[in-house]
Design a protein around this ligand. Structure first.
Ligand SMILES: [Zn+2]
Length: 498
């Protein structure tokens, strides 16, 4: 009696699988057909090369591009003019692509040159390749919309381009403003040298804060007893934390720089400032370390008779990769596979690796296998999103293995054919995975259960003080200084998707 029923179920499954294959095929065709337009998005962003919170031209360009493909685009969310939120579709599920497009100071480099050769001396530039994120997000969103329209699939697709990722600034504000409140899942994307995904804690929590001490000047020889030395307070805070290190968990990281260290030796300084990054493997531990640091600062002020001001200027929770979403991503990673690299691209990669003195491996031919990636030590403020919404995270192969990010080397290839092919692979994985989420509610349901399990003991709290406002002037001066020169390199082309 069971046989016909089972056969029926199997047939339904096959039909569903075929329909899904067809939908993905359609999405992949749309991406391949628009490969040049996708590349143009990434390349345009590369030449804007804008620093965090000053992504003015990039935001304008993305707004126009996304409106051009039928998305509704809002800038200025959470009080940040360069925040971009694009959305299309209606109803549930609602899935948000989460990414960023900011560049780094001093990152200007002539694309394709494996010798250090800035396009503009000292100017900012994309020496991590965040420009490629825009290409992947737009390419996937376009393909997905085409397929959802064709098959009349319900659901809402959003893209969140958060400002100033490199300074870990915007996502805590976006979360606080409730932008992710009704999202069912988030997909975080980042450039890498391979297709890869992971789950569990993917990196570190971080809090960045400046401590400013105010004292009283006096002549260093004539009447030092009248002075209150703000730089002494800075030094004592530094020493105090070093004493503390022995009593912190071995996972902790803390680093500092003295940003105001006095005027000249014979003037007792009335102003001193030290800027700290405190990190740990999870957010509550980072907060615990940070609270101790604040007390050390208070102690330093007490010892020196100075006063202390504290300003938290950035923070991040560690990225929490959802295992169910990682599995969904991995399936599509295996299906899409890495780009077929040309002999020329392989040769370029090897020459580049040789010039850099790193292992000469060429480009990755195969995606990374599934499994839990080890937790990294850096931070990304999109971590805050992952503790509020079940989140998948993946990288796409748009850079050369062995190249260091936050270094001019990483600005050599983000508009090369290597990057272009990597963008196409990334867009396919993203579109296919979003299609799976839109059409298979059981994946989202399982992801939600996994999320509840993962976050059970660790409810999200914001590191931001209640009155914190986004630092809108950050990087403004530097960007305005270089933008007129950089403008000469803009591509001034409009992507046209079809
Ligand atoms: Zn990044």
């Amino acid at each position: 009696m069971m046989r016909p029923l089972l056969a029926g179920l199997a047939l339904t499954y096959v039909l569903a699988a075929n329909a899904q294959d067809e939908r993905k095929k359609l999405a992949f065709e749309a991406i391949d057909r628009n490969a040049e337009q996708i590349a143009l998005v990434g390349d345009s962003l590369y030449y804007f090369g804008e620093l965090g919170m000053q992504e003015v031209e990039s935001a304008k360009f993305l707004k126009q591009t996304l409106e051009g493909i039928g998305f509704k685009v809002e800038t200025g969310g959470a009080g940040m003019p360069t925040n971009v939120w694009a959305q299309w579709g209606s109803g549930k599920p609602k899935i948000v692509i989460v990414t960023e497009i900011d560049a780094l100071p001093g990152g200007s480099q002539t694309p394709g040159s494996i010798e250090r050769k800035p396009m503009i001396k000292d100017a900012p530039g994309h020496m991590e390749g965040h420009n490629t994120h825009g290409a992947v997000a737009v390419g996937a969103a376009y393909a997905l919309k085409r397929v959802m329209e064709r098959y009349k699939l319900p659901g809402t697709i959003a893209i969140s381009f958060g400002p100033a990722e490199e300074q870990l600034v915007s996502r805590p504000f976006l979360v606080r403003a409730g932008l992710f409140k009704d999202a069912d899942a988030a997909m975080l994307i980042h450039i890498g040298d391979n297709l890869s995904t992971g789950y569990g804690l993917q990196n570190y929590a971080a809090i960045s804060a400046k401590f400013t001490f105010h004292g009283k000047t006096a002549h260093g020889a004539v009447n030092p007893w009248d002075g209150k030395d703000a730089v002494d307070a800075v030094e004592l805070m530094d020493m105090g934390y070093d004493k503390l290190r022995e009593h912190l968990r071995p996972t902790q990281r803390a680093h500092r720089t003295i940003t105001i260290g006095g005027i000249q030796p014979n003037i007792i300084p009335d102003l001193g400032q030290i800027w700290w990054f405190v990190r740990d493997a999870n957010a509550p531990w980072a907060k615990e370390n940070f609270d101790k640091l604040v007390n050390i600062g208070r102690g330093a002020a007490l010892m020196t008779g100075t006063t202390m001001e504290m300003e938290i200027n950035a923070s991040a929770w560690p990225q929490l990769g959802n295992r169910v979403l990682a599995d969904a991503l991995q399936k599509n990673i295996d299906e899409v596979g890495n780009p077929k690299w040309s002999a020329e691209e392989e040769k370029f990669a090897k020459d580049f690796q040789t010039a850099l003195g790193v292992k000469v491996t060429g480009l990755n031919a195969e995606p990374m296998k599934s499994g839990s990636r080890p937790q990294g030590f850096a931070s990304n403020d999109n971590g805050d999103v992952t503790w509020n919404v079940p989140s998948g995270y993946f990288t796409f192969p748009a850079s050369v293995p062995g190249v260091n990010y936050h270094n001019w080397q990483a600005a050599v290839t983000p508009i090369s054919s290597i990057a272009h092919k990597g963008e196409v692979a990334g867009a396919k994985v993203l579109a296919a995975t979003l299609l799976d989420l839109v059409t298979q509610p059981e994946i989202l349901a399982k992801a939600k259960t996994q999320f509840e399990e993962d976050t059970k003991g660790t409810p999200y709290f914001s590191f931001l003080p209640a009155d914190a406002k986004p630092p809108l002037d950050m990087n403004r001066e530097m960007m305005e200084r270089f933008r007129p020169e950089m403008r000469k390199h803009y591509l001034n082309k409009t992507p046209r998707f079809d």
